[in-house]
Design a binder for this molecule. Sequence first.
Ligand SMILES: Nc1ncnc2c1ncn2[C@@H]1O[C@H](COP(=O)(O)OP(=O)(O)OP(=O)(O)O)[C@@H](O)[C@H]1O
Ligand SMILES: [Mg+2]
Length: 259
Amino acid sequence: MTAALPPVAIAENLRVSYGKTVAVTDVSLAAIPGEILAFVGPSGCGKSTVLRCFNRLNDLVAQARVEGQVYLHGVPIYAPEVDPVAVRQQVGMVFQRPNPFPKSIFDNVAFGLRLGRPLPKSELSQRVEQALRQAALWEEVKDKLHQSALTLSGGQQQRLCLARAIAVQPQLLLLDEPCSALDPLSTERIEHLLRELKPALAIVLVTHNLAQAVRVADKTAFFNVEAGCGRLVEWGPTATLFAQPVHPATAAYTRGQFG
Ligand SMILES: Nc1ncnc2c1ncn2[C@@H]1O[C@H](COP(=O)(O)OP(=O)(O)OP(=O)(O)O)[C@@H](O)[C@H]1O
Ligand SMILES: [Mg+2]
């Protein structure tokens, strides 16, 4: 059913360089609503670099240069007239290390909502509660919403970051190894949440954990370093990529022969 929906985001012939060095090239793929797309591949193959193209976060990285195009709902986000701040407001992002702001739990989740059109207090509280419920954190924090977010455990902080990212109801959610600093139970909770969230949006998930890609991703993209440069080798339905990869490097990587 979802396959018929138009993609939320399309990357077209992306190439990203840092200074004179091309970090990753030949990247064309699409993220579809209702699906999780995983990026896998050895360290340094450009997964994070490509992920940062989807919300123009590389604009903030010194010396980074992006060629090619990314379309968000058909809008070319690297067109000169596009405001990168407006792009970032439409795209949620969660990083490897939980990075709550040094503010209260409530203010963390309300942060993005307060950047948009002003909401009545009751609606703001309701949206914060809804995001915390979706991130399966509400029951643990409902009596201490005004406590500092830094007092939460690592797993709770990561769910808070997820709540902060989804509070603005983005249609694209970018996750860069969101579970790599978490214990197995917290990881399982995040994976469960991603499955619950995905009907409403497109998710791109960078992971070093191949078993995680198999568990949660509808599609998987395999990146590799070839001749000193990151490349998208192939991408498609996760089951096909793992069972019938087209390229020998994909087969070797998914069998754990390097990485
Ligand atoms: N800010 C930067 N300045 C210069 N080079 C960079 C920068 N960020 C990344 N690179 C280089 O770009 C290439 C791709 O890096 P990137 O972080 O995207 O890889 P990755 O696949 O996410 O790796 P990992 O799995 O270790 O997170 C690497 O060669 C890296 O050294
Ligand atoms: Mg990375």
